[in-house]
Design a binder for this molecule. Structure first.
Ligand SMILES: [Zn+2]
Length: 184
């Protein structure tokens, strides 16, 4: 065959040009492959990190939901009363306090379960962020307010005056309040 190169013929064809630097071309190809592999690895790593972060977020979200459900369950069964192993008998004393915020909004809070009642709350619904949500405590503002008047706690704002006669004006029993706060 005439167009078949015989070994030893001087290199002039394209095949021969390629063959002229076989090691250079192979090295280059290897380099490219290495770079590509490295890049792919970096991409995979980034992808994995993203997935891990996403999983973490989802877990945190779940944890937050569980914690919220826990709080709701606690608030459901809380008697909102100070625990009384006292010798004075079953005197009802609620562990609630009245608080007025700077913007003159007020709230009543249970020191045990951290339930907060606002003056827009009814036994059926709580108003939260402009939305009606089910009231899991069944206690509305009126009942909460009554609980405050029956509590020995004072209001936590100087602007607030509770309707109570001077003799009944509650002295803060810090030991009691502190104890119920720790009991949570
Ligand atoms: Zn409570």
């Amino acid at each position: 065959m005439s167009d078949q190169q015989k070994p030893g013929t001087p290199a002039v064809t394209s095949a021969a040009v390629n063959a002229a630097s076989p090691s250079d071309s192979a090295t280059l190809q290897m380099l490219v492959q290495l770079l590509l592999a490295e890049r792919q690895e970096a991409l995979l790593e980034r992808e994995e990190k993203k997935k891990a972060a996403q999983a973490r977020n989802e877990q945190q979200q779940k944890n937050a939901e569980y914690a919220e459900q826990d709080t709701i369950n606690i608030q459901k069964i809380c008697s909102h009363r100070k625990g009384g192993k006292g010798l004075k008998g079953p005197k009802v004393d609620y562990a609630v306090s009245f608080h007025t915020f700077v913007n003159s909004e007020s709230a009543i809070r249970c020191l045990i379960c951290k339930m907060k009642w606002k003056n827009t709350d009814t036994p059926e619904f709580l108003m939260r962020r402009g939305k009606k949500v089910e009231n899991h405590t069944g206690i509305g503002w009126k009942d909460a307010y009554r609980m405050v008047t029956e509590s020995s706690n004072t209001a936590t704002s100087s602007e607030v005056k509770l309707v109570a006669s001077p003799e009944a004006a509650p002295k803060v029993d810090f030991e009691k309040v502190g104890r119920s706060a720790v009991e949570i």
